[in-house]
Ligand binder design. Structure first.
Ligand code: NAD
Length: 428
């Protein structure tokens, strides 16, 4: 039986490598469609928890995992890759400390796949990356086995468009771009994704990789634009939030982006620099990306300046001030604090001698991370009037319901949550 036939019959066994924010929803969708799915991860704690039907990601309810039933199993035993008909790679693609692509996860996973590669398998990369990763780098590693892509095995790229905790769109409802190394590779990958979602076939893996980068660069640049406009309008005494709401009423040609304390998450602060790096190979400089990066990474400094001013206006110094940061997550209503600008704010305020606490209903305790290991174990504290200054960094729904004005303390609001008539409010 051909691979495509076994996909149509739901007999193909699917392996998902990397059971994180991207991999786990995919597991659930393929199980829902009736496929047997084995999840692979190097983290035994995640594998244990998922094997017990326990989700470790707050917005993915455990019930969605238990509903997969016997179709789903999780393992750290990568030798089981040999039994998979389709293998989907969803491992991290961060930046190194020199802000260059850290491809170690993708390449080590590809080497592991190569160790078990067999004829007719379909290998798909989903991790966000620069054009050429799939058909040059991954293919090179996989073909060291002697098997040829497009001839002996299928190779494809399909970017993820997950928007965590977006109730309107989820993995099963967001159209998925798919590119294959050959038309046959595309046909196999398209057949697989057609069973869970609407697909958008493109002519190559490079086009699919570039599509994902364009989407994220578009966001990074537009957020930088609105952040810059915010700083100017603030000087001019114009409320940028009111301007955006008014501009949004234009029924065409304007898409609203919102300012904030800086970029966060696993995608927007990172992915654009994958293209910047690759562009150097072509002696090309990605000026828009660099400029957007400069503006967005400077936003925490701007917020700190505002905090210093607010304290100063009230006869206080940042040194020794008790400051509460409201929101550690990089976006509203999720427990994802990766690359969150709140950590930069915490770090910079502490450098200036402030005593900084945080509140986040989604992150009761800070988990260990590579960049901010020293904060691991710190606990969320209650929002109260016991602080000199409250800095709102994330627009969690819980905060929207809170009457911060009642606390009677200084407030720096980076998310336009506090009503403008609050006497102690500073927009930042
Ligand atoms: N989070 C998002 O909303 C989102 C959206 C679109 C694209 N992406 C992209 O998807 C990819 C994965 O992101 P994520 O947010 O799911 O990351 P994540 O950190 O949530 O999950 C990655 C998982 O891979 C595991 N892992 C790491 N190395 C491994 C290896 N060698 N073998 C097996 N497992 C390994 C980790 O333990 C972790 O469970 C990245 O390239 C990211 O840029 C993420």
């Amino acid at each position: 039986m051909s691979l495509i036939e076994s996909i149509h019959r739901k007999e193909a066994h699917i392996g998902i490598i990397g059971l994180g924010y991207v991999g786990l929803p995919l597991v659930i969708e393929f199980c829902r469609a009736g496929f047997r799915v084995t999840g692979f991860d190097i983290d035994p704690a995640k594998v244990d928890s998922l094997s017990r039907g326990q989700s470790y990601i707050r917005h993915i309810e455990s019930e969605r995992i238990t509903r997969c039933g016997p179709l789903f199993s999780a393992t750290t035993d990568f030798s089981q890759l040999a039994d998979m008909d389709c293998i989907v790679v969803c491992v991290p693609t961060p930046l190194t400390k020199y802000r260059e692509p850290d491809m170690s996860y993708v390449f080590s996973t590809t080497k592991t796949i190569a160790a078990y590669l067999r004829k007719s398998q379909l290998i798909i990369l989903e991790s966000t990356t620069y054009p050429g990763t799939t058909d040059e780098d991954m293919r090179g590693i996989l073909e060291e086995t002697g098997l040829k892509a497009g001839q002996d095995f299928y190779l494809a790229y399909s970017p993820e468009r997950e928007d965590p905790n977006n109730k309107e769109f989820s993995t099963g409802t967001i159209p998925k771009v798919v590119g294959g190394f050959t038309p046959a590779c595309l046909a196999a990958a398209k057949a697989l994704y057609d069973s869970i979602v609407t697909t958008v076939p493109v002519s190559s893996t490079k086009v699919a990789e570039a599509t994902k980068l364009l989407e994220n660069i578009y966001r990074a640049v537009n957020i930088a634009l609105v952040n810059e406009i915010k700083m100017l309008f603030d000087k001019m005494g114009i409320n940028v939030w009111e301007v955006i709401e008014a501009a949004k009423t234009k029924p065409f040609g304007f898409h609203a982006f919102y300012p904030g304390p800086g970029l966060g998450g696993h995608c927007i602060p990172i992915d654009p620099f994958y293209l910047t790096w690759k562009a150097r190979e072509y002696e090309f400089s990605t000026r828009f990306i660099e400029l957007a990066g400069q503006i967005n990474t400077a936003m925490p400094e701007y917020v700190i300046t505002k905090a210093i001013k607010a304290l100063n206006d009230n006869g206080k110094t940042v040194k020794g001030a008790k400051i509460l940061i409201c929101g550690l997550a990089y976006k509203a209503n999720v427990d994802d604090d990766r690359e969150s600008p709140s950590y930069r704010l915490m770090e910079k305020l502490e450098e200036l001698g402030a005593k900084v606490s945080y509140n986040d209903p989604y992150i009761p305790v800070i988990r260990p991370s590579r960049e901010y290991a020293r904060y691991a174990g710190r606990k969320s504290v209650d929002v109260s009037g016991e602080f000199d200054l409250l800095l709102i960094s994330t627009a969690h729904d819980e905060y929207r319901k809170n009457d911060f004005g009642k606390l009677g303390i200084l407030i720096i609001d980076t998310r336009n949550i506090v009503p403008g008539d609050c006497k102690t409010l500073y927009q930042a």
